[in-house]
Design a protein around this ligand. Structure first.
Ligand SMILES: Nc1nc2c(c(=O)[nH]1)N[C@H]1C(S)=C(S)[C@@H](COP(=O)(O)O)O[C@H]1N2
Ligand SMILES: [Mo]
Length: 429
């Protein structure tokens, strides 16, 4: 009978359990500074992404966080120019989020001995600090995981992703700011000193007291992390940059390579079949209804309600606009040449030609969060904002929204409603 003799194993709560000679205040500080810059940019582009949804429009149809209270303090009307605005802000948000994953993991690895230190709290102050670290680490993992799941798994949590990611961001950023303030002096010191202190002089508790022989230099480890980030960046960015770079987007489930050929050969988010659009609804019997909504009576001169067939829409003045579709998932199409009727011309049909107001756009789709969307007056008034009937010189395909879809410059893809059936213009301002 064989016998194991355990020579009283070192528990992870003991500092000598952690033996990597790479750990030390310098490594942690370097990774921390990269994350400070990266997370700041992620937070800002995330806030912009939320503003781009028009969550504050009357009725709140676009907003899944109506109870946000003060957290919406910064909201502003999302502009329509430059026309690639959301493509850039959201492309940055997603690409950066993915590229920072190795840095985040390395940072967590660099401080892991601290997670196990005993006693868990030496004083009420220390307890509070550790609680904030829990929110920091938990918040970071939560934001990265929900964000990446939303991109890769096509809405595993329909509707609620946006809510989780939004509130999670505020919890995380609160803990992040506290952490940055508390650790800044230590970080600056570690970056100034060329070498780490010996473990007995190390006040951070990161330096291994009984280091194992090194298997890779610290510089080598940093190259590994940086290389991993670069690789992720290089295999993601193409989905928003587009053109010939699209082929490099190996990690992109939607924005990557060849989406088919012809004028309608560009990325499709949800197909008509997927959302339950039946061909008989989009045939000759289809009508667009245009109404004036709101509680008050229609303004004088208003015709109140108009119904148009597709042939009638095609007889109205047709306008063209070269615009991309940029999705919250980070991918974007290249600029497509859309043609159709200006939204402001449609507003004029119900007597709102002078200063058209906000509009609620509804589609034939019966279920799902994206079946309708509200556009702001500035979007309706932009001459490039169309009810598109054609793309690239061809009829819209069923999956790109036939018989008619919205296209708005600078806006998130989710506002470009497909299979439109009704426009309800709000009260004139
Ligand atoms: N009715 C309807 N319109 C919709 C959607 C939808 O699910 N239903 N998805 C939106 C989203 S999230 C995006 S990114 C774009 C994608 O348009 P495309 O499939 O033509 O590229 O359509 C938008 N319009
Ligand atoms: Mo989207």
């Amino acid at each position: 009978m064989g016998a194991f003799r355990l020579t009283s194993p070192t528990p992870p709560t003991s500092p000598s359990f952690w033996r990597s000679p790479l750990r030390g205040p310098r490594l942690t500080a370097l990774l921390g500074v990269v994350l400070l810059a990266g997370v700041t940019l992620l937070f800002v582009t995330g806030l912009l992404s939320y503003a781009a949804y028009n969550p504050d429009l009357a009725g709140g149809v676009n907003d899944q966080t109506p109870d946000k209270g003060l957290l919406g303090f910064y909201l502003f009307p999302w502009p329509t120019g430059p026309y690639w605005l959301y493509r850039v802000t959201q492309g940055l948000h997603v690409t950066l989020g993915i590229a920072l994953v190795p840095v985040l993991l390395a940072k967590l690895w660099s401080v892991i001995p601290k997670l196990f230190t005993l006693p868990p709290a030496r004083s009420p102050g220390h307890a509070l600090e550790r609680l904030s670290l829990l929110l920091l680490v938990g918040g970071a993992l939560f934001e990265f995981v929900t964000g990446i799941l939303n991109i890769q798994l096509d809405y595993v949590f329909p509707g609620s992703f946006y809510r989780l990611h939004f509130y999670g961001a505020w919890v995380f950023i609160g803990a992040f700011v506290a952490h940055v303030v508390l650790r800044m002096p230590r970080t600056v010191r570690a970056l100034r000193e060329r070498t780490d202190p010996p473990s007995d002089a190390d006040e951070t508790g990161l330096v291994a007291p009984r280091p194992a022989p090194p298997t890779v230099s610290r510089r080598g480890a940093l190259w590994l992390v940086g290389g991993g980030s670069l690789l992720l960046f290089a295999t993601t960015a193409g989905q928003s940059i587009g053109g010939r770079w699209r082929r490099t987007a190996l990690l992109a489930p939607h924005g990557g390579a060849d989406p088919g050929s012809g004028p309608n050969g560009f990325q499709i988010n949800k197909t008509a079949a997927h959302v339950g659009i039946r061909p008989q609804e989009t045939g000759d019997d289809w009508r667009l209804t245009i109404e004036v909504g709101g509680l008050g009576a229609p303004p004088s001169g208003s015709r109140g309600r108009v119904r148009l067939s597709r042939a009638e829409l095609l007889r109205m003045p047709q306008h063209q606009a070269a615009l991309p579709i940029a999705c919250v998932e980070g991918w974007s199409t290249d600029d497509q040449l859309w043609s159709g009727v200006r939204l402001r011309d449609l507003a004029a049909l119900v007597g709102l030609g002078e200063r058209p107001p906000d509009v609620l756009v509804e589609s034939l789709q019966l279920h799902g969060a994206f079946r309708r969307a509200a556009l702001r007056a500035n979007q309706v008034r932009d001459g490039r904002a169309l009810l598109a009937l054609r793309v690239g010189g061809a009829e819209l395909s069923a999956d790109h929204g036939y018989p008619a879809r919205i296209i708005v410059p600078g806006a998130p893809g989710v506002l470009n409603t497909k299979w439109v059936s009704r426009l309800t213009f709000g009260e004139p301002s």
